[in-house]
Design a protein around this ligand. Structure first.
Ligand code: PEP
Ligand code: MN
Length: 294
């Protein structure tokens, strides 16, 4: 009876019957990306980093060099972008399927794994040789047919929380993947819509509380994306450090060689120096917490 009036609260009954696979009644899941790269093992905090989108090969190669210098193993390699408005700026070239070739050359030249958002299930087959983690973006968190199809690929999924959805909803989305027998699901807090944020241009508020809340209610790892949450480069560092302190099991960070001239979301990316300094600070903090930034 306690879950007959569904709201935000997660009841004991929900844990058993609404998302029995994603729930904390199970042993904590460790998601293995490769030999030395894990989400959810209590120690590792993998960082997924890169520009908002794959604008061109030169940009992505420069970003991969910075990842390697900082010993970061996961590239944000988005070639399909869910833009809020259908009109493109002059700078923005919708790279789409062309980007697959760039991702292939990343694979040949760098020791990084690739995370890419998929918006249409038709693209899954084309991407299968370049993609290591399939990102389901916030806007598609409740696109259950897409999640089911993506789960069938048997690759790890990164499901971002929709900005208007509860943790209960997020775990329901994860359950759609897990019921397809793919238990390699990573969750991501990326900011929620609230009436009051701290800056006129900030659409979202990072729900840091979601990090311990997901850990209490789910067996799946939870990471944090301070770039999309704040929409503001100056706040990425404090929110990234705050997320690590709150127990985030990974981070997604946007960086760009010339952020103010990035084709998409130029206000939220940090530059190469800021990224390098952030990784250093995260590593220092991780030591105190007995964790490891990778
Ligand atoms: C992104 O990561 O590129 C993105 C669009 O994020 P979100 O789905 O969280 O808005
Ligand atoms: Mn974005």
């Amino acid at each position: 009876m306690d879950n007959k009036f569904p709201g935000k609260d997660i009841s004991e009954e929900d844990l058993k019957s609404k998302f029995p696979l994603a729930s904390s009644i199970n042993k904590k899941k460790i998601i293995k990306i490769d030999q030395n790269l894990f989400f959810g093992d209590e120690v590792s905090v993998p960082v997924i980093a890169g520009p908002n989108g794959v604008e061109n090969k030169d940009l992505i190669f420069k970003c991969c060099e910075i990842l390697e210098k900082n010993n970061i193993k996961l590239l944000r390699g988005n070639i399909y972008k869910p833009l809020t408005f259908p009109y493109r700026s002059k700078k923005y070239f919708d790279i789409g399927d062309e980007g697959i070739k760039i991702l292939e050359s990343v694979k040949k030249n760098f020791d990084v794994k690739i995370v890419t958002e998929v918006m249409e299930h038709e693209k899954l087959e084309m991407l299968k040789d370049v993609i290591d983690i399939i990102q389901i973006g916030a806007r598609n968190m409740q696109n259950f047919p897409l999640i089911s199809k993506a789960a069938e690929q048997k690759k790890p999924l990164l499901i971002k929380r929709h900005f208007g959805c509860s943790i209960r909803d997020l775990l329901g989305a994860a359950e759609y993947a897990m019921i397809k027998n793919n238990h390699n699901v990573i969750l991501c807090e990326r900011g929620i819509s609230v009436p009051h944020t701290h800056k006129a241009s900030s659409r979202f508020l990072l729900d840091i509380q979601a990090i311990p809340a997901v850990k209490d209610n789910s067996c799946l790892p939870i990471i944090s994306d301070p770039s999309h949450a704040s929409f503001w480069h100056k706040w990425v560092e404090p929110l990234a450090l705050g997320s690590l302190a709150a127990g985030a099991e990974g981070l997604m960070i946007e960086f760009h060689p010339d952020p103010r001239n990035a084709a998409v979301d130029p206000l939220q990316a940090i530059n190469f120096e800021e990224f390098t300094l952030l990784i250093k600070k995260l590593k220092d903090m991780a030591k105190v917490l007995n964790k490891k930034i990778i």
